[in-house]
Design a binder for this molecule. Structure first.
Ligand SMILES: [Fe+2]
Length: 285
């Protein structure tokens, strides 16, 4: 029994050390997206996804993150939420710094809030800091909170940013309101037939996004499952869900493909096992 306890404890300690080391090993994961719906102007272009930063630094002032993004040289840099943790106004300094850094890289920065940005107003019981974050985000990026954006250079495609209400991070959409909401945002600026890229922080509404008729959906939120097991995938999410069906990778339903980023950061549990922080690159072919 004593030998078993020693061996078991050693394995756990080894895994924890590995998990701490992996936090620092920022990687780039590339996915090719193929579809007859992709407009000619978009083919060969890249989207870099920087998700779930959670106020984390990769190098001083995030220099390693910014250098990798500079090398990737993507036409678009999508930030699908959780830049901050939403606990204090001091976090705005981090948000301003990283958004400013991203805005100097040459790609168009497109940002949609996640649950942690939304928690800022709730936790502080005041919207002043939240409004400051909105203003700052508009300064350094195209902020899409329930809004869309059709770039001039790619006029056959359209980004739609869906800002989920906090209750939908704990519940299902039973009434089909997300389909209606996405449809309404699309109607405003996205002419019918455009290749539509939905940015929505939480991937758990997979079926609702597919029902809305988008072509590609970019998500984050689940951090790839924090601990990933070979063949089984993400084991436990930041919300302590066990073996969630989709926590990282590419998934498909009908004409929609969903890309879920494992994220570049972490919060509360500073550990990632077999699950390095990642910048996701989506390449259209
Ligand atoms: Fe999140």
């Amino acid at each position: 029994m004593k030998v078993f306890i020693i061996v078991f404890s050693s394995i756990v300690i080894l895994f924890l050390i590995m998990g701490l080391i992996e936090l620092k090993l920022l990687t780039v994961t590339e996915y090719e997206i193929k579809s007859p719906d992709i407009p000619e102007s978009l083919k060969g272009k890249k989207i870099a996804v920087v998700s779930d930063l959670h106020e984390v630094y990769h190098g001083k002032d995030n220099v390693r993150l910014l250098e990798k993004l500079k090398e990737i040289n993507a036409e678009y840099i999508v930030v699908p939420g959780d830049v901050i943790n939403g606990r204090s106004e001091k976090e705005l300094k981090y948000a301003g710094h990283i958004l400013q850094g991203l805005s100097t890289l040459g790609g168009q920065v497109i940002y949609t809030f996640g649950n942690h940005e939304e928690k800022l107003a709730v936790n502080l019981k005041d919207r002043t800091a939240y409004e400051k974050l909105v203003k700052m985000s508009n300064e350094y990026s195209v902020l899409l909170n329930d809004a869309s954006f059709c770039p001039e250079q790619d006029d056959k495609m359209c980004f739609v940013g869906l800002n989920l209400p906090l209750w939908l991070y704990h519940d299902h959409d039973r009434t089909g309101m997300l389909k209606t909401k996405v449809g309404d945002i699309m109607k405003k600026d996205c002419a019918a037939g455009k290749y539509t890229i939905l940015i929505a922080h939480d991937p758990e509404h997979f079926d609702n996004y597919a029902d809305a008729g988008v072509n590609l959906c970019i998500c984050g939120h689940l951090h790839g499952g924090i601990v990933r097991m070979p063949f089984l995938g993400g084991m436990v999410t930041p919300r302590l869900q066990i073996f969630t069906k989709r926590s990282k990778g590419v998934f498909e339903k009908g004409k929609m493909k969903m890309v879920i980023s494992g994220g570049v950061g972490w919060h509360d549990f500073p550990i990632r096992i077999f699950n390095r922080p990642e910048i996701v690159v989506i390449r259209f072919v």
